[in-house]
Design a protein around this ligand. Structure first.
Ligand code: C2O
Length: 535
């Protein structure tokens, strides 16, 4: 086992974009933060010291943290935050995973600036199941606000309104020349003609699913969420917040300068956000004066492209990398995703937006859930989360605009160790249909089916892909549709399940699964580390 020790100093730094300077929270003064390079099988030890004025916690998005939720990071779910002046050491093994993942702050909206890539190389002696690229690069998509994000969120909360939209999208922290004052904040990747490059694309944006394309260059998708896929070529790709996508790109065009670009996917009649972030694919020896061309991105509301793209994602499913899809299901859950309104005395019209699963808006506890589970501290959460919506209705029929009050609570679902679980995530028209990227901590799951309209339990399962479905940690539930996921609950602990749109998470679109300990050796949650932050 190799050790990958690292120090992460959470500190404030002045950064300027779009001619607006502001103090932002960073790790080691970097924006985006440093990349963690590791190899499958490594033990990673990261000492985080918090020098910022905010409480902090860091999540290693997509790492399974087997029996070791203590290192997972979501504040008040697996740990209490690291207070100003304190530190905590995240200590974890990377087992059975290789590929691209990422890390980010998991408290308030601090992941707006606190994020970075995790690159896990294949185990020594093994290689990629695709041709070895000449070189690789990280492409991290993000969002930039000209003013303080935490302030915006606070103001919005008071009035019951969402904070204003970001001012730019970014690639590796840079918006590119289509934004004002951003000529010098443009990421460029130099390539040599005839060579092949591996791009590790990460969507670290807070609230947008994004289309991504490179002018004149086809991309071959080879991995999603650190799981190899059956390779396929595409002109553009769709990536939701939390997701990663590895592509191979061959520099096979006339030497020149080509824009890479990303723009939100918004499948609503009038997309409100169509700003485009650009970076440059620059052939060696070509002067910077040559004006690059823009790629053809799908229209912001091109649902058809999105659905076709998603349908092409399949697990590689070879003897070396099998797709171990649970064929039989022990536990079936049906969660409706709704947006509603709850009372609010300071809000403009007396109500604020609230998001819910099965009509429950999640309330953050004061004591971390994993601690209360492990030490059996009573009164922190209930395990009575409804297995299905309280009153079934036509989920995706005519819009329901009634003022639907949701109930609030810290309610979880208890799952028996090693049982096989199926969750149907059903979007609803409560207020508005919308696409939701759902993320489960502690696991990868298989996306066995997806469709538009209401899930039909007597018809739809017949069409499930139980052979080579995509395996991932974050999946988009289509607007006015459903997604079915399956996994084996072999990782004991308390695992967060939430929409990765920060707006929706903050409105309560989240819950957690309590996976019980098994009876055998190596089947229970490990003891907590000594320096686990106290609540
Ligand atoms: Cu990437 Cu719970 O988050």
């Amino acid at each position: 086992v190799a050790f990958v020790p690292a120090r992460a100093a959470v500190q404030v730094k002045n950064v300027s974009r779009l001619c607006h300077a502001k103090p932002i929270v960073t790790v080691n003064g970097m924006y985006p933060g440093p990349t963690i390079y590791a190899r499958e099988g490594d033990r990673v030890i990261i000492n985080v010291t918090n020098h910022a004025q905010y409480n902090m916690s860091i999540h290693w998005h997509g790492l399974k943290q087997f029996r070791n939720g203590w290192a997972d990071g979501p504040a008040y779910i697996t740990q209490c935050p690291i207070k100003t002046g304190n530190s905590y050491t995240y200590d974890f093994n990377i087992t059975g995973q290789r590929g691209t993942l990422w890390w980010h702050a998991h408290i308030f909206w601090l992941r707006a600036t606190v994020y970075g890539a995790i690159v896990i190389m294949p185990q020594n002696g093994t290689s990629f199941p695709f041709p070895q690229p000449h070189m690789e690069a990280n492409i991290i998509l993000g969002e930039w606000w000209n003013t303080d994000v935490e302030e915006l969120v606070k103001e919005g909360d008071k009035l019951g309104l969402p904070p204003k939209m970001s001012d730019a999208h970014t690639i590796n922290g840079k918006p590119g020349p289509l934004f004002p004052c951003s000529e010098k904040h443009t990421y460029a990747l130099e390539v040599e003609q005839g060579k092949t490059y591996l791009l590790r694309i990460i969507n670290a944006a807070l609230n947008d699913e994004l289309f991504f394309a490179i002018a004149g260059h086809e991309m071959t998708v080879v991995e999603i969420d650190a799981v190899y896929t059956k390779p396929f070529a595409t002109q553009a790709l769709l990536i939701g917040p939390g997701q990663t996508t590895n592509v191979l790109v061959r520099a096979d065009q006339l030497p020149g300068r080509y824009f890479m670009a990303a723009r939100p996917f918004m499948d609503v009649p009038i997309p409100i956000d169509n700003k485009t972030v650009t970076a440059i694919l620059q052939y060696k020896g070509i002067p910077n004066t040559v004006m690059p061309v823009l790629p053809q991105l799908p229209a912001p509301n091109d649902t058809e492209f999105a659905l076709n793209y998603i349908a092409k994602l399949k697990s590689l499913n070879t003897p070396q990398f099998p797709a171990l899809v649970p064929l039989k299901v022990d536990r079936r859950l049906f969660f409706t995703i709704g947006l509603g309104r709850n009372p609010c005395s300071t809000c403009l019209n007396g109500t604020k937006l609230a998001a819910s699963l099965n009509n429950v808006t999640f309330v953050m506890p004061k004591v971390a859930l994993l601690q209360s589970h492990y030490f059996n501290i009573k009164g922190v959460f209930q395990t009575d989360f409804p297995e299905r919506p309280p009153t079934p209705f036509n989920y995706t029929g005519a819009p329901l605009t009634a003022n639907l009050k949701t109930s609030s609570g810290t309610r979880l679902t208890k799952i028996a160790y090693n049982s096989t679980v199926e969750i149907i995530l059903q979007d609803t028209n409560l207020l508005t249909v919308e696409s939701h990227p759902f993320h489960l901590h502690g696991y990868n799951f298989f996306v066995v089916g997806t469709g538009l309209g209401n899930f039909n339990s007597s018809k739809d399962p017949a069409n499930f892909n139980l052979v080579d479905p995509p395996e991932r940690n974050t999946v988009g539930v289509p607007t006015g549709g459903w997604t079915a996921i399956r996994f084996r609950a072999d990782n004991p602990g308390v695992w967060f399940l939430h929409c990765h749109l920060e707006l929706h998470t903050s409105w309560g679109l989240k819950t957690a699964l309590v996976v019980e300990d098994g009876k055998g050796v190596d089947q229970s949650v490990l003891p907590p580390p000594k320096d686990l932050p106290p609540c």
